[in-house]
Design a binder for this molecule. Structure first.
Ligand SMILES: [Zn+2]
Ligand SMILES: [Zn+2]
Ligand SMILES: [Zn+2]
Length: 296
């Protein structure tokens, strides 16, 4: 019973947040952006706690607090839990990465931490609203945290109804991700530019464009939903992708991870999955998914 109300509570806050965001965009009223961030963040926090509670409800509470307030901390009573302190957002991030590594990557954690900071600023300091930045952050929060959470719940039959796409229409209405990407595609076609369209590894939208100079010769990439882009792709940083076996895996320094630029690759279709990749300390090549050619 407690689990279900947590999820409902989460959905409710996210819904509220989106409504405020839409209102903020239409009326350009600062305080609506504030409510949007607060509600969306609260909803995300609850949603992640819902996920963690599927492992065990006690994981969403602070250990010391459980021992202090419960007769049996490993099987606490509901009434005792009301007196317990729940874990903070840092702890939430560590826990979801531990339990659900297939649903959340480093970018997911980064965006949660970023918005947590914004929330603190709103709660304790002066507000300084940069609407473009808010848009960008909410795009990433939705694509990298909220959506994957719903995916987990559905994949594992943890919810009674299919909640996978409940906010997708609303999000499209507010942000117009697909509309923008479709428009971009039209322009590229008219200009006769060789391109591929796939899922963005940064925001998960189907709006990543990879421009090819020729077959397997990648020139640049950008996303029309988020600010990610690379103007000149360095060919020397490209290796074979372990998923599609094409010469399309780019080492992208900033994230210490590799991106497959082949838009037909399964990694790309599945929401832009990043591949673990970093420079090898022994040779000058790259360690890809834990293996380097020099150790084989
Ligand atoms: Zn993107
Ligand atoms: Zn690939
Ligand atoms: Zn090596």
């Amino acid at each position: 019973m407690i689990k279900f109300s947590l999820l409902e509570n989460a959905i409710d806050s996210i819904e509220y947040g989106l409504e405020y965001f839409e209102k903020a965009e239409k009326e350009k009223v600062t305080k609506y952006y504030k409510y949007a961030i607060l509600s969306l963040f609260q909803g995300t926090e609850l949603l992640l706690k819902e996920l963690i509670s599927h492992e065990n409800i006690i994981y969403i509470f602070d250990k010391n607090s459980l021992f202090r307030n419960c007769n049996d901390p490993f099987s606490p009573k509901l009434d005792e839990l009301y007196n317990c302190k729940s874990i903070d957002i840092k702890e939430i991030c560590i826990t979801i990465k531990k339990f659900y590594p297939n649903y959340f990557d480093n970018n997911s954690i980064k965006i949660i931490e970023k918005i947590a900071k914004e929330r603190n600023k709103i709660q304790h300091f002066a507000i300084d609203i940069n609407t473009n930045e808010i848009k960008e952050n909410l795009t990433l929060l939705y694509g990298k945290v909220i959506k994957p959470s719903f995916e987990y719940l559905n994949d594992n039959n943890k919810s009674i109804k299919n909640i996978k796409n409940i906010f997708d229409d609303k999000i499209e209405e507010i942000f117009g991700y697909h509309k923008n990407a479709d428009l971009e595609e039209k322009i590229l076609r008219t200009k006769n530019i060789n391109y591929g369209r796939g899922c963005c590894y940064n925001c998960s939208n189907y709006s990543l464009f990879v421009i090819n100079e020729a077959q397997n010769l990648y020139k640049e990439f950008y996303c029309t939903s988020c600010p990610i882009n690379l103007k000149e792709i360095d060919e020397t940083k490209i290796r074979e992708c372990p998923e599609c076996y094409c010469n399309s895996l780019l080492y992208y320094d900033e994230t210490f991870q590799g991106i497959c630029l082949n838009t037909h690759c399964a990694n790309n279709r599945d929401g832009g999955v990043l591949i673990e990749m970093y420079p090898c300390e022994v040779c000058n090549d790259y360690v890809i998914e834990g293996k380097c050619l020099c150790t084989e």
